[in-house]
Ligand binder design. Structure first.
Ligand SMILES: [Ca+2]
Ligand SMILES: [Ca+2]
Ligand SMILES: [Ca+2]
Length: 240
């Protein structure tokens, strides 16, 4: 039994040492300093406070869907999607200010990645983020700007008509050679009152490998050797 107590942790160490490695390849990256291309359904870019971003104007997009379509992706097991979301002016989260809530969603090939809402406008408002809205989550009543990565980056300040930046990174199982990302705002007021934009959009293909490197094989070998000699010493002690 004592030998087993030594062997099991050593084997766990041997198996756990970096045997899964991750290879990621950037297939799309844009900070929009050079505009946007036809990969976007609405490739409009704007500038606010010196920052270039994807938006119809410095006040952002309104109630609409902007689709990023990628094709000819190299073979992969997962997709990593990173981006900054700018929530601009009086977005109302759950409401009730502005007359209703302002849901926001990202889907990948039709499957929801995040479905929530954000508020800058205080008053009676709250926001669901960092939770998701039903049916993907329980919703929530968090203070406006909860979880924001930055405030006032676009120069609108931190008040009711200010701006907030949310920085996201998602990795989802995916193998198809094409990818369709829908960025969807279901807000109920227009840019100038409330808007949104995107920046620093990076899409990576991801592969996982379970083949250990030479040094990892060495660690596995040494661990097994130590476990074996431990077992041999235990046996010897029990026999003597
Ligand atoms: Ca930018
Ligand atoms: Ca509003
Ligand atoms: Ca609203």
């Amino acid at each position: 039994m004592k030998a087993l107590k030594i062997m099991i942790p050593l084997l766990l160490v041997a198996l756990g040492v970096g045997v899964v490695s991750v290879q990621a390849a950037v297939v799309y990256s844009n900070d929009f300093s050079g505009g946007a291309g036809g990969e976007w359904s609405t490739p409009q870019t704007a500038t606010a406070n010196g920052e270039n971003f994807l938006g119809a104007s410095a006040s952002g997009f309104g109630n609409m869907t902007n689709t990023l379509s990628l094709s000819s992706l190299p073979s992969h097991e997962a997709i990593s999607i990173s981006f900054d979301l700018y929530v601009i002016n009086s977005m109302d989260g759950n409401g009730p200010e502005g007359g209703a809530g302002d849901p926001w969603q990202l889907t990948a090939d039709g499957t929801s990645v995040i479905y929530t809402n954000f508020a800058n406008y205080t008053g009676l408002n709250s926001q669901a983020y960092p939770n998701e809205l039903p049916p993907y989550g329980s919703g929530g009543s968090f203070a406006p700007r909860t979880g924001a990565y930055a405030n006032g980056h676009l120069g609108y300040g931190s008040g009711d008509f200010g701006d907030a930046t949310y920085r996201f990174s998602f990795t989802i199982p995916h193998t198809a050679a094409t990818l369709t990302l829908n960025y969807i705002s279901s807000q109920n007021q227009s840019p100038g009152d409330e808007g949104w934009g995107l920046d620093n959009v990076v899409v990576q293909t991801v592969n996982y490998s379970s083949i250990p490197t030479l040094s990892e094989w060495g660690i596995v070998f040494m661990s097994l050797l130590l476990a074996g000699s431990g077992l041999w010493m235990m046996r010897r002690r029990q026999m003597s």
